[in-house]
Design a protein around this ligand. Structure first.
Ligand SMILES: NC(=O)C1=CN([C@@H]2O[C@H](COP(=O)(O)OP(=O)(O)OC[C@H]3O[C@@H](n4cnc5c(N)ncnc54)[C@H](O)[C@@H]3O)[C@@H](O)[C@H]2O)C=CC1
Ligand SMILES: O=C(O)[C@@H]1CCC=N1
Length: 272
């Protein structure tokens, strides 16, 4: 992969959490200079924060930022997309639009800008803020290879990237998009268990979080099936099987499967 900096100017329509994660990643990886980035937002405090912290251009003018840029990242909430497209849709023609918006199909974005735009739909996730994100990418019709390569490099600055067919984006949203929240819940609950058994909250949360991080790295770095790794921790008649039995009785597997399914269905609903 090339380690050359990106030359395109990038506008962020919406300067919230997800835009900030990407801005931070692009600058930390030295993929862009601050003067290549412009974020818009109606909230002055957000603009001030982004300007102070990253030295990028900021302003409230979505249309001007769109016309200035070569790549336009749509980073508003799903409910704001239609009004933003009314404003900037015509300006998106001849530009590359990159959406991070949950549930927003490429066809809906294309319809909001007269159909002629190159559009890449992505689904990143919150750990992008610490460069351990997971982003799925689907390109619309007419998107050039160098557009896909550019977006891939942008999101690689905040974690891992995987291409998927657009029809699978709702599934991705239900798993890795919303997934950090499921894992936070699990970490909090594991920490509660430690506190119940006498550990301080601080120690219990450290043990829980590092255990989740370590287990995830084992899966990624060994390439072994998680069930096999689980078996390796589980001694006959030992402690782990006693804990696992409780999780099976509590329906943890079904609860996680149901969570992914429910979030994916909600993503489908948001797209209608
Ligand atoms: N937070 C997360 O973990 C993830 C979020 N997403 C998607 O990213 C998108 C943004 O989410 P967050 O960054 O979490 O939300 P956020 O609320 O932090 O950011 C959205 C920003 O858009 C601004 N905004 C509102 N109306 C605007 C307008 N007319 N023009 C320009 N900006 C406007 C808001 O003031 C806000 O700062 C959402 O569509 C969400 O589905 C995707 C993956 C993960
Ligand atoms: O909850 C949401 O709608 C967004 C999309 C993925 C993560 N958060």
């Amino acid at each position: 992969m090339s380690n050359q900096a990106l030359t395109r100017k990038i506008a962020f329509i919406g300067g919230g959490q997800m835009a900030e994660a990407l801005i931070g990643g692009l600058l930390a990886a030295q993929l862009c200079r601050p003067d290549q980035l412009w974020a818009t937002d109606p909230v002055p405090a957000r603009l001030e924060h982004l300007k102070q912290r990253y030295g990028i251009q900021v302003g409230g003018q979505n249309r001007e930022a769109t016309l200035w840029a070569e790549v336009v990242v749509l980073a508003v909430k799903p409910q704001t997309l239609d009004s933003v497209l009314k404003e900037i849709g015509p300006g998106l023609k001849d530009r590359l639009a990159v959406s991070v918006i949950a549930g927003a199909p490429i066809a809906r974005i294309a319809a909001g800008c007269g159909g002629a735009t190159r559009i890449i739909r992505t689904m990143p996730n919150q750990p992008s803020a610490v460069r351990e994100g997971m982003t799925a990418v689907a390109a619309g019709a007419g998107v050039a290879e160098d557009d896909v390569a550019c977006v891939r490099r942008m999101f690689e600055s905040i974690g891992k990237v995987v291409p998927v067919e657009e029809r699978l984006m709702d599934a991705v949203t239900g798993l890795s998009g919303s997934g950090p929240a499921y894992v936070f819940l699990a970490i909090e609950a594991l920490s509660d268990g430690g506190v119940k058994m006498g550990l301080s909250r601080e120690t219990a949360t450290l043990l829980a979080a590092q255990t989740v991080l370590g287990a995830a790295r084992m899966v990624l770095e060994t390439g072994q099936h998680p069930a096999r790794l689980k078996d390796q921790v589980t001694s006959p008649g030992g402690t782990t099987i006693a804990g696992l039995h409780q999780l099976e009785q509590g329906g943890l597997r079904a609860a996680l499967i149901n969570a992914v399914e429910a979030a994916a269905k909600r993503s489908q609903e948001l797209g209608r």
